[in-house]
Structure formats: structure tokens, C-alpha cells
Design a protein around this ligand. Structure first.
Ligand SMILES: [Zn+2]
Length: 441
């Protein structure tokens, strides 16, 4: 009994000590405010538990606090990736370009169980976090709801991963993303056979399941949205136009209304100009990809407050995917036009593999260089990787800034992101996720 009491006393001391230690003081050489595009020097950030308690130049560091000295670094809020597929890992396309991308996705669907997809999600989540991404919007391709379990594991503290806003199963017309012909924008002129894809055939109509949730009639659309809500989606993802039959503006309006009833926004994959226009008129929150949007459609997006998650590949990634350089040139041109017109941009990598020399996370971070290539300023790049995504994901009251009361999602880089954001954000040296240090210099 006496022994038990002394153990208990020791435990109490330990608990009290850890409570005092629970305050972490970060000394930031420079602290960036991405919304304003400015930095202030020699700031102190006090973190208590999962939350930022106080920020400022004259903040006193309480006795017993754990000090993290980042006086030589620039500190900023954690990054966002609005278009991840954490539970999908495809082999690097082996020279056969787009056909391999779709073929590899089908193979994954057929050969990897949902449990295995979830484990891949754990590894990819950790990798993204180490690269500085503290929040992701995961837009489907997760087998049979591996993404919901991944989100749950992160929220309950079982795993260290970014905060996940997950889409569940992608809602799409019959056939999913396995069209009878490769979409025009992905066709490789060097190989005319690319046009003829035809993976799904009449004897195997269901091969797209569970990767996709087919919905063609209004009743099926209602039910597809409800299935996603029931099984834990936090955003609805549509593929508008990968088939010759595309969702109309009225179809999309119907889906948006059903999702909105449960407080969910809609993200729409748009591979064509017509698809992007229907999505915007239908009231989606974001157009994904939208590579072929003309100026008029971009103006409509701006007028309706629709965010463009461009998933624009830098040239290096474009070549690895086997795409013709002309696709990359068109992407860069669309970034420039969207920026000039004033469409709100949010960063999305759409990464589903990591080439040699990269991790999944570092490859996603490298996509920031596409925006620098298109001529966006460092402040613009910081806004599209932090501030704009926080609003799009509806988490701006919890994340996306370093301010008292917000989650302690904090990163640092030895470089100056206001000089060269794309380079600095590829050298993230410190990551704190909800008060826990994940990576340190
Ligand atoms: Zn995608």
C-alpha cells in the first residue's frame, strides 16, 4: 500500500511537471503574416497544448516553458494542400504517359485493399506533414472510405498527420474516370493509340467501384451525396467531365444544394471548358484543374467567388507524367490569366507518386515552383498556399494564421519566403502540428 502511495505521488509530480512544461515558447527570428504579405522581427509565440496562446515582440517567456529557438529562421503558419490523394500511390508512369496514369489507378483499385490504402495514407500523411503541410483537403481515390478512417485516426491522436478534410468517394457519371477515350487534354500526340483507352467494357461495368460512386440521375446524385455524408466525408468531390456525357449546371446545382444542407462544400474536377462553366454556374466552391478555362469563364469564377485549385504541374513534374510540354505551357498561361483577372487561387498538388530523390511531401512542395514560373510574387504564393485555402476549407477560424486562439500549426524555414517563396517552402526545417513538434532543425 505504501509502495502504491509512493508510485501515485511520483505520478502526481510527473503530471504536475508536464503541465508546467506544456507551455512551449517559440522564438521566431522573423514571423510571416501570409494574409498581409509582411514579416515582423523577433517575435515570441507561446503555445499551450494544441493552441497558440500569445504572440508578440514583448511577450514574456514563463519560467519552466520549453524554448524552441528559431531566431535564425523565418516562421509561418503551416501550409495547405487543397488537392491531395493520400490513399493513392501509383507507380511512376513508365513512359507510356497518361494511359499509364489511368491504367495504374485501375490496377490500384483492383489489387490494393482499403486497409492497405489506409496504411499508405498514414505514410503519405506523415510525409506531407514533415514537408510542412499541416492541413490537406483529400479529394477522393481512397478505396472504400480509407480517407474517413485516416481523418479519424488523425483527429483522435492515433497518428501524426495533417488535418484532413476528406471527400470520401468521388461522385461521377457512369464509368468514373475510366473513359472510353483519353480526354483530349491528356492525349499524347506522339502516340495516337492513346486516344483509344477503353478500359471498362460491358462485361465489367463495375470495375470503377469502389473508387467511384456512379450517379447519373437526380435520385442517384441525392443518394451519392448522402452516402458520402453518412460515411464521413467533409467535402463533396465531383468529376464533372471526364466522360463524353458531362454534368449540366442543373445537375451540379442539385448536388451543391444537397451537400449544403449538411454544411458541405463541393469541389469539382473540370477537364474541359464546358465542364468548368457548368460547375461555376452550378455553385461549386472550387474548380479543380480547370486547365482550359477561357477568360470569360475565369471572369465568371471571380464574379461568383469560385476558387481555382489549379494543380498546375511544374515542367519537371509534367515531363515525369509523360505529358506533352504544350500542356504545361497551357497551364502556365491559365495561371497567368487567372491571376490577372483576379480569381482566388488555392494550392493543390494532385501528387500521387514520389519520383526518385523526393518524398511524397517534398514533391508536393516542389509544385509551388510552377507559380513562381508563372510570375506570381512570393506574397501571392504564400496567400495561395495558406490564407486562401484556409477559407476554402472553412477552417479559417482555427488555422491558417499565427494568432492567439488558433491551432498551433507552425513551420519554419532557414530561407526568406518573402524573397523566394517556392524555394523557401521546399526547405521547411521545423514543423509543429497542434502543439507537437514533428520536425526540428
Ligand atoms: Zn486529383
Amino acid at each position: 500500500m505504501k509502495r502504491f502511495a509512493s508510485v501515485l505521488a511520483a505520478l502526481l509530480v510527473a503530471t504536475t511537471a508536464s503541465a508546467a512544461d506544456a507551455i512551449v515558447a517559440i522564438k521566431a527570428g522573423r514571423l510571416v503574416d501570409p494574409a498581409a504579405g509582411t514579416a515582423s522581427r523577433n517575435q515570441v509565440i507561446l503555445v499551450e497544448g494544441r493552441t497558440i496562446k500569445e504572440v508578440g515582440a514583448g511577450v514574456a517567456i514563463p519560467a519552466g516553458a520549453t524554448v524552441v529557438d528559431l531566431s535564425d529562421a523565418t516562421v509561418l503558419p503551416g501550409l495547405f494542400d487543397c488537392h491531395s490523394h493520400l490513399c493513392t500511390v501509383l507507380g511512376k508512369p513508365a513512359g507510356d504517359g497518361p494511359r499509364d496514369v489511368f491504367g495504374a489507378l485501375l490496377l490500384t483499385t483492383l489489387t490494393d485493399s482499403t486497409a492497405y490504402r489506409a496504411l499508405q495514407g498514414v505514410a503519405n500523411g506523415r510525409s506531407m506533414l514533415e514537408a510542412g503541410f499541416t492541413t490537406v483537403r483529400d479529394v477522393g481515390n481512397a478505396g472504400n472510405y480509407a480517407d474517413t478512417d485516416l481523418r479519424r485516426a488523425q483527429e483522435s491522436g492515433l497518428i501524426q498527420a495533417p488535418t484532413i478534410v476528406n471527400a470520401g468517394r468521388i461522385i461521377v457519371a457512369l464509368g468514373g474516370q475510366f473513359p472510353p477515350r483519353i480526354p483530349g487534354w491528356l492525349q499524347d500526340p506522339r502516340n495516337p493509340d492513346h486516344k483509344h483507352y477503353g478500359v471498362l467494357h460491358p462485361e465489367r461495368p463495375g470495375l470503377g467501384n469502389p473508387e467511384y460512386l456512379y450517379a447519373d440521375t437526380r435520385d442517384e446524385m441525392t443518394k451519392a451525396v448522402r452516402e458520402n455524408i453518412l460515411y464521413g466525408a467533409r467535402v463533396i468531390k465531383l468529376v464533372v467531365d471526364d466522360q463524353p456525357y458531362i454534368y449540366s449546371a442543373d445537375d451540379i446545382r442539385h448536388i451543391v444544394a444537397e451537400a449544403a444542407g449538411a454544411g458541405l462544400k463541393v469541389a469539382a474536377h473540370c477537364a474541359t471548358q464546358a465542364g468548368a462553366r457548368n460547375a461555376i454556374e452550378g455553385g461549386v466552391a472550387s474548380v479543380e484543374h480547370g486547365f482550359w478555362m477561357d477568360d470569360e469563364t475565369l471572369q465568371l469564377a471571380k464574379a461568383r467567388g469560385v476558387v481555382l485549385v489549379g494543380t498546375d504541374f511544374p515542367l519537371s513534374a509534367s515531363r515525369m507524367l509523360g505529358m506533352p510540354d504544350s500542356v504545361h505551357t497551357a497551364m502556365m498561361d491559365r495561371v497567368k490569366r487567372a491571376h490577372r483577372i483576379g480569381v482566388t487561387l488555392a494550392f493543390g498538388s494532385d501528387v500521387f507518386f514520389a519520383p526518385e530523390g523526393f518524398t511524397r511531401g517534398s514533391f508536393a512542395a516542389s509544385y509551388a515552383s510552377g507559380y513562381a514560373e508563372a510570375g506570381l510574387s512570393p506574397a501571392d504564393i504564400l496567400r495561395l498556399m495558406i490564407t486562401n485555402p484556409a477559407k476554402l476549407l472553412g477552417v479559417e477560424k482555427e488555422r491558417g494564421a499565427i494568432r492567439a486562439g488558433l491551432a498551433a500549426d507552425i513551420i519554419a524555414t532557414p530561407d526568406d519566403p518573402l524573397q523566394d517563396a517556392a524555394a523557401a517552402l521546399q526547405r521547411v526545417s521545423f514543423v509543429m502540428k497542434e502543439g507537437q513538434v514533428v520536425k526540428r532543425p
